[in-house]
Design a protein around this ligand. Structure first.
Ligand code: RIB
Length: 296
């Protein structure tokens, strides 16, 4: 079994600020840092902390070769990362004193994945393999349809939510990981029990994880509903915490580990990532996660 993550690769520019800039306001940053990011890249890094055969597919510009080198350094196969004529995707990230963020994305090469390239990548994977997707690249519906026809198991973290999401057939998804806002947007419900009922009724075979911030997370399928409490930590930077959770959960889940243990490990990993600056660089090792003895 291999995991192929077809996902975004961004140059993250972090501005440390005491508050997120307001409309019409100009403020000074305390620091600026340029790092490897993108929901796709971050999730590949998190997947590879506990899973051996992780492949990343996607597109970068001339200015993005350090992203490919970074992934290779994390033990990820980068043969399916393509050089595009477009500039690499960029994210302008403000992080405030409470560790909360605000992000402006420039899609760039992330939206330069054409159908021939997608076919070429997917030709190397089959029904025993897992495809992981976020929502920061183009041709998502095409990737989902083709992978489904091959019988691959598809994992979707539909972040950030966009109008195109309605074109994705969630019946083709094996595991959907969403935060509360995303779950509300898809189900058009606000109450968590109504959200769960919506997914159970409309997508009978879907396995669903809803992350609820300080209230923890829930795994739901047609037979089970398993909850996990959050861990209390000193927040430094929440950027990439969701990606850390996704990577750890997915890698463990497809090894057929006990679901409660998968939730616990992913929750610990994302809690630890919040205690450090940055996105991909804040993702802890498996050893650090296993040693973590935090309080709920
Ligand atoms: O989830 C965090 C990521 O979102 C950042 O690394 C940034 O690139 C944006 O895609």
């Amino acid at each position: 079994m291999k995991i192929i993550n077809f996902g975004s690769l961004n140059i993250d520019i972090f501005f440390r600020v005491n508050h997120i800039v307001r409309p019409g306001e100009t403020i000074s940053a305390q620091s600026i840092e340029r790092r490897a990011g993108g929901k796709g890249l971050n999730q590949s890094v998190a997947l590879a902390k506990t899973f051996d055969k992780v492949y990343h597919a996607g597109s970068i510009g001339m200015d993005g070769s350090f992203l490919k080198e970074y992934l290779a350094g994390e033990g990820i196969d980068t043969s399916y990362i393509r050089q595009s004529a477009a500039a690499t995707g960029n994210a302008i990230i403000q992080v405030d004193d409470k560790g909360e963020n605000s992000i402006v994305l420039y899609k760039g090469a992330n939206f330069d994945n054409d159908k021939d390239f997608i076919d070429e990548v997917l030709a190397n994977f089959d029904k025993d393999d897992i495809l992981v997707l976020q929502n920061e690249i183009n041709n998502m519906a095409y990737i989902i349809d083709n992978a489904y026809q091959k019988g691959m198991k598809i994992v979707l973290n539909p972040s950030p939510i966009t109008d195109e999401l309605k074109d994705f057939d969630l019946n083709k998804i094996d595991l959907l990981l969403v935060n509360e806002t995303e779950a509300c947007a898809i189900s058009e419900c606000e109450d968590i029990e109504k959200i769960i009922a919506f997914f159970r009724k409309n997508y009978e075979n879907l396995k669903l994880v809803i992350t609820l911030g300080s209230r923890g997370s829930i795994f739901v399928d047609k037979d089970n509903k398993i909850s996990q409490e959050a861990y209390k930590v000193e927040a430094v930077d929440s950027t990439g915490a969701g990606d850390t959770f996704t990577g750890f959960f997915v890698a463990e889940f497809y090894k057929n580990k006990n679901i409660k243990k998968c939730l616990e490990l992913a929750t610990k990993a994302s809690a630890l990532s919040v205690t450090k600056k940055g996105a991909s660089i804040s993702i802890p090792s498996l050893e650090e996660v296993e040693k973590f003895n935090g309080e709920n």
